[in-house]
Design a protein around this ligand. Structure first.
Ligand SMILES: [Ca+2]
Ligand SMILES: [Ca+2]
Ligand SMILES: [Ca+2]
Ligand SMILES: [Ca+2]
Length: 189
């Protein structure tokens, strides 16, 4: 059977699904697939389709891995370390998502509900949000996670996001307004 995936009335001529490229960097917006016959770009790999310097492999801006500077600020303003684990508004939002999606139906529906809620509640780029996702999966993968496992998960989270807590007061820079002094509490943001 002849395929016409690009819906132009002809057997496939190689165009395929196209995506919008609003910032013109050659990388498409995964959230903006285009209707049939609308030309765009064939890939959907742009992590920020409003920033022409942000794309996979960029050396002039955010390279789409982990957290951008804006994401790091948002994360540091909404997460901190308490008793060895992540805490704060973002974690509260994630727990609320989990509770709210519990009755969504079968496991697939629960997962879809949680993912949608998570992305709304944690407004950072997908590759940055994924850092929290991996952290949560690690600490809940096999029931409650023991202290060494929590520490490892937290270290992985910091590597993934690039967030630093140099003075060990549980607050990450840049929201920690003095990350060299643990006696200065960064509630000053
Ligand atoms: Ca783009
Ligand atoms: Ca871009
Ligand atoms: Ca700190
Ligand atoms: Ca500090």
């Amino acid at each position: 059977m002849a395929l016409d995936n690009d819906c132009n009335g002809q057997v496939d001529d190689g165009l395929g699904q196209q995506y919008a490229d609003n910032d013109g960097d050659g990388y498409g917006d995964p959230l903006e697939p285009l209707p049939c016959d609308t030309p765009g770009v064939a890939n959907s790999q742009d992590c920020d389709d409003n920033d022409p310097d942000a794309f996979p492999g960029s050396t002039v801006g955010f390279n789409c891995i982990g957290c951008s500077a804006a994401d790091q600020l948002a994360m540091s303003q909404n997460l901190h370390v308490s008793n060895g684990s992540l805490s704060g508004p973002y974690m509260n939002a994630i727990i609320t998502c989990g509770v709210g999606c519990n009755g969504a139906g079968d496991p697939t529906a629960v997962e879809a509900c949680f993912q949608a809620c998570f992305q709304t509640a944690i407004p950072v780029g997908p590759s940055c949000g994924e850092c929290i996702g991996v952290y949560i999966q690690t600490i809940f993968a096999n029931g409650p996670c023991a202290a060494p496992c929590m520490a490892a998960a937290l270290a992985d989270f910091q590597t993934c996001t690039g967030l630093l807590d140099a003075d060990g007061d549980g607050y990450f820079a840049p929201a920690d307004c003095d990350d060299q002094d643990a006696t200065i509490n960064p509630e000053c943001y």
